[in-house]
Design a protein around this ligand. Sequence first.
Ligand code: ADP
Ligand code: MG
Length: 356
Amino acid sequence: MANEFDLIQTYFQPLSDGLSESELGIGDDGAVLNAPLNKQLVVVTDTMVSGVHFPEETAAYDIGWKALAVNLSDLAAMGAKPAFFSLALTLPEADETWLAEFTQGLADLARQQQVPLIGGDTTKGPLSITVTAQGWVGEGQAVQRSGAKENDLICVTNTIGDAALGLKFALNQKEHEADISKPEFSEREIISFIQALNCPQPQNAFAGLLCQFASSAIDISDGLVADVGHILERSNQQLDAIDTQASISAQIDLEKIPLSEGMQNYLQVAQNWSPILHGGDDYELCFTLTDEAYPLFKLAAEQAGLSFAVIGKMVAGKGEVILRKQGEKLDDLYQSKQQLSDDEHASTSAGYLHFK
Ligand code: ADP
Ligand code: MG
């Protein structure tokens, strides 16, 4: 069996393409990287543990892709352009078939986003993957959770909720069968739900636009309602410091939330908004825009071929997420997580097994 050095040479070294001649990546005690002038470094890290953040039977390719994707998604939410990443990998054994597939998933996304692997650590133990990624943002331009204000529009990218359905299918739990085993779901739809869960596309294409126009941003990993809640929490801390009267709540109109065809189909059958509101794992972006910024953002997004939707707005309030349907405020059913069964709001980003 190959030793650790050979494994690194075979599987990780090829991912280090893209550094300049004066930079140093894998192979030394540390990486040496050039820092551009007038930029700030944004650093993010995320760990995925087998059986906690993904089902044990998840394909190695998907694990590799997702380990990087969730980090690039954090960079996108900050408005940063990905620069490089490192990988701390704990493996039960040096299974080369697994490693080849794992690094293929990692490499496909790394090449798509042109982000080189600059180093890491390889250890023996229960399967766990930690990626740390770095990105650059113009000085003072990083987008934070804390900038939302009254009247700002709340927006999301692409569509919401498919990953949560993917988790239902992937776990294939008995109690889920009632709402996911209907013949209405085509093979193609099921595959696309599971793809949304396992190979999320980080929305880095939006990063530049967020820096220019957004008042706040977050990526949707815990679920739409929870993550809008995080924007409220941080923004209200900021607003309270200036004026305790200025605090905000988020008002979201359910019919404005963009849904894939498969999700619309599911909603018809199951009448269950939970995957959309509390599902998590989508790695879409949620952000706020002032009225003035909205038309500029919209134009720029259209020109770039990027899809987003306004789903509501910030109103004066005490930090609640207010859900409305056809303009009517809904009762607390959707808002109170306690009233939902545990699995309904489990997201793998928090570790879905924790909810069992
Ligand atoms: P050290 O003993 O100095 O920590 P290692 O023997 O752990 O170095 O690693 C040797 C080189 O291989 C280092 O440059 C390290 O960054 C790189 N490396 C080790 N594991 C990985 C990995 N999983 N992914 C990428 N690079 C790695
Ligand atoms: Mg060393």
